[in-house]
Design a protein around this ligand. Structure first.
Ligand SMILES: [Zn+2]
Length: 180
């Protein structure tokens, strides 16, 4: 029996905050970068690593139905996600207003601001969202082990780049293996 779209889905298929859940190559690069930052006295808070494709699907279609007037009946099924996007009235007729309202509720709970991609560096295990604090004026080892003094965000990004952890400038917490 499918669960109707709504708040129950928000806690399912949660986005990981574990570095180990990234692809082996990127996981190793991030571990080394984060290790160097911690060793040098910076603070790191990880908000997201791997986003399950199921969550990307739920977020994407919640947005399409809730915000882009997509007909809930047109949402394609995804294996392993037993969700009913179409809500019905007491007579069993499809209720477009209720379907849209439920999807919109999910958009709000997910905290979505732009249409989420079905596939992204996060669903591929190739991105991390993290906030790095207390780094300015400190010295960190780069990927070659060379002590490097970091003052600005640009210098921090350069340091990450030496490990293969590339900053996407337009998305403050987002780093990936190719800057996308
Ligand atoms: Zn990100």
């Amino acid at each position: 029996m499918a669960d109707p779209s709504g708040p129950v889905w928000i806690g399912r298929f949660q986005t990981s905050t574990r570095i180990d859940d990234l692809t082996p190559a990127f996981s190793s690069a991030v571990s080394d970068f984060v290790g160097a930052l911690r060793a040098g006295g910076a603070g790191i808070r990880i908000a997201a690593t791997l986003r399950p494709p199921e969550r990307a699907y739920l977020m994407h279609y919640a947005w399409r139905v809730g915000r882009e007037q997509m007909d809930a009946a047109d949402v394609p099924a995804m294996a392993g996600v037993d969700i009913e996007w179409v809500h019905r009235d007491r007579r069993g007729r499809a209720d477009a207003t209720a379907s849209r309202s439920a999807a919109l509720g999910m958009v709000g709970l997910y905290g979505i601001v732009y249409r989420p991609a079905l596939s992204s560096r996060h669903t591929q295990g190739r991105a991390i969202d993290m906030t790095i604090s207390n780094y300015s004026g400190k010295t960190f080892s780069d990927a070659e082990g060379t002590p490097t003094r970091v003052r600005t965000a640009a210098e921090l990004h350069e340091l990450g780049g030496s490990f293969g952890v590339i900053k996407l400038a337009s998305d403050p917490p987002h780093w990936s293996d190719d800057g996308r």
